[in-house]
Write a protein that binds this ligand. Structure first.
Ligand SMILES: NC(=O)c1ccc[n+]([C@@H]2O[C@H](COP(=O)([O-])OP(=O)(O)OC[C@H]3O[C@@H](n4cnc5c(N)ncnc54)[C@H](O)[C@@H]3O)[C@@H](O)[C@H]2O)c1
Length: 302
């Protein structure tokens, strides 16, 4: 199958590209290196350096593709607040451009990488796909808008749109999110800073997320699907596990909570299991020891 991964040089995108290539797909990648580097592009992928807001760049990269995995985005909460216009033009405007280009190119299905941030702060956990979307921040708002365009577009003559709502994905190659930040800090003997300390997060290993995203390209879907582990990890428990791996040499420092952040989220993954046939790992933090060793090796090599 010929496929396009937008944002394919990013954290999840490069794992996805690798997995698709292993499955025998002909993979094209478009990325503008906003949050990635050229060396992250898989050497076997057909690479198009470009911006998804640029119709000409999209047209070139999407030609002949059957499926598009749409991952390119301003991909985190704080970034979306720091650069409001970029988040809007990429996450909403770029998604519209992608849908237009996909229609012209005769793409069969677009898989849209949405986020658990569309739900905001929900009272009842775990949160199922039937919960009302109520984003707490501009990143979540941009994903709600992206989803709405995908859904409405899918009812017309364009491609079918499959929406996956990812929780907090982690694994090799991620940066600037809590797990890679804390592993790096603990490796360097720095204390771990927790904003607030009440957070409960649904962490999911990147391999699980990638399998779910691939499954969404072929599954019989009738609405969005949560992709997570279905288990909540208190952030203070995560800090404890990292502190233990560091031999207790670092402390946890609690700073005031950041207003834009959702405090507690756990996904109901019933639909992920039944519709995508994906089973999450029993320990959502199962990758931590491997990531810790990699972080230590990098420090030794530096
Ligand atoms: N990582 C997570 O925990 C998580 C959770 C929920 C949803 N998501 C969504 O999944 C997708 C992938 O996330 P990720 O963690 O790999 O993010 P990432 O930031 O690592 O990757 C996004 C990629 O998109 C590229 N990009 C950004 N703007 C672009 C533009 N205008 N044109 C072309 N390329 C552009 C970046 O350079 C980057 O390589 C994103 O849509 C994100 O919002 C991620």
């Amino acid at each position: 199958m010929r496929v396009l991964v937008t944002g394919g040089a990013g954290f999840i995108g490069r794992h996805l590209a690798q997995s698709l290539l292993e499955a025998g797909d002909d993979v094209a990648v478009i990325d503008n290196f906003r949050r990635s580097v050229r060396s992250a592009v898989h050497p076997a992928a057909r690479f198009f350096e470009g911006d998804i807001r640029d119709p000409a760049a999209l047209t070139a990269s999407i030609r002949g593709c059957d499926t598009v995995y749409h991952l390119a985005a301003q991909s985190n909460v704080i970034g979306a607040i720091e650069d409001v216009d970029y988040s809007f033009t990429t996450n909403v405007g770029g998604t519209l451009e992608l849908l237009k280009a996909a229609t012209t190119a005769g793409v069969r299905r677009v898989v849209f990488a949405s986020s658990r941030e569309v739900y905001g702060e929900q009272q009842i956990l775990p949160v199922s796909e039937t919960a009302r979307t109520s984003p707490k921040n501009l990143y979540g708002a941009s994903k709600v808008a992206g989803e709405a365009y995908c859904r409405a577009w899918g009812r017309g003559n364009g491609p079918e749109c499959a929406i996956v709502r990812l929780t907090n994905v982690y694994g090799t190659g991620d940066s600037n999110r809590v797990i890679p930040l804390w592993l790096g800090q603990a490796t360097n003997g720095q204390d771990l800073v927790v904003y607030g300390g009440q957070q409960v997060i649904d962490f999911v290993p990147v391999a699980t997320a990638v399998r779910a995203i691939q499954s969404a390209a072929v599954a019989d879907l009738d609405g969005p699907v949560n992709v997570g582990s279905g288990r909540g990890t208190p952030l203070l428990v995560l800090a404890e596990r990292i502190r233990a791996m560091a031999g207790g040499r670092v402390s946890t420092v609690i700073e005031p909570a950041r207003e834009a952040e959702v405090v507690r989220f756990v996904a109901d993954v019933t639909r992920m299991r039944s519709v995508l046939s994906i089973e999450p790992p029993s320990d959502p933090l199962c990758l931590l020891p491997e990531l810790w060793e990699a972080s230590r090796s990098r420090r030794t090599a530096a």
